[in-house]
Design a protein. Structure first.
Length: 189
């Protein structure tokens, strides 16, 4: 058991309302009048649904023990996505609904899979914070439109569409934030 006032943090997995949830965002609030509380955004690891919830200060939560293991993304198929453990060469198939921004995954890249420690079932997949991908298609930028933060759509090698600055061209390598799908920077080859 953990108390919300001190132990809630991003990435914490907990049992709540007969389901396993992961904390996406949290905010400790101490109003001038009344008791403190923790405002959270929780994602169900079984359905993918995101809910807002407020816990009073000192409320006990049932923390779920999880294990993070590094797996290599192999290929997609009809059932989902296939991954291989780099040490034991065991393979696991994960459904698409368990992965946020699955269209950013490149075959051969490493991801972290969270497993429920007691029954060894996969819960969710965490992509690396930053992913480097090659731009395969984008409209050419128009000279003179760079005075403000103008962006344009670009398709990357995995087929995902990302908004990029106007100076990005086909063939450029770009770094993408996997959580927000936002452009970070151009990468030198």
């Amino acid at each position: 058991m953990a108390s919300t006032s001190s132990d809630i943090k991003n990435g914490l997995c907990m049992n709540y309302n007969h389901d396993v949830f992961k904390v996406i965002q949290f905010l400790h609030v101490k109003p001038g009048k009344g008791p403190a509380f923790v405002r959270t955004k929780l994602k169900s690891l079984t359905t993918g649904k995101v809910i807002d919830n407020t816990f009073p200060s000192g409320h006990k939560i049932d923390e779920v023990r999880v294990e993070r293991r590094t797996y290599q993304y192999l290929y997609p198929d009809d059932q989902g996505f296939n991954f291989m453990n780099n040490e034991t060469f065991d393979q696991v198939n994960i459904q698409k609904k368990m992965i946020d921004n699955s269209d950013l995954m490149k075959e051969g890249s490493d991801v972290e899979i969270l497993f429920h420690a007691t029954n060894n079932t996969p819960l969710t997949i965490d992509l690396p914070q930053y992913i480097t991908l090659k731009v395969t298609y984008t409209e050419p930028g128009v000279r003179g439109n760079t005075a403000t933060n103008v962006s344009k759509p670009a398709t990357v090698e995995t087929g995902a569409e990302i908004k990029v600055p106007i100076f990005i061209n086909e063939g450029d390598l770009i770094k993408i934030d996997s959580a927000t799908r936002g452009y970070v920077e151009r990468v030198k080859a």
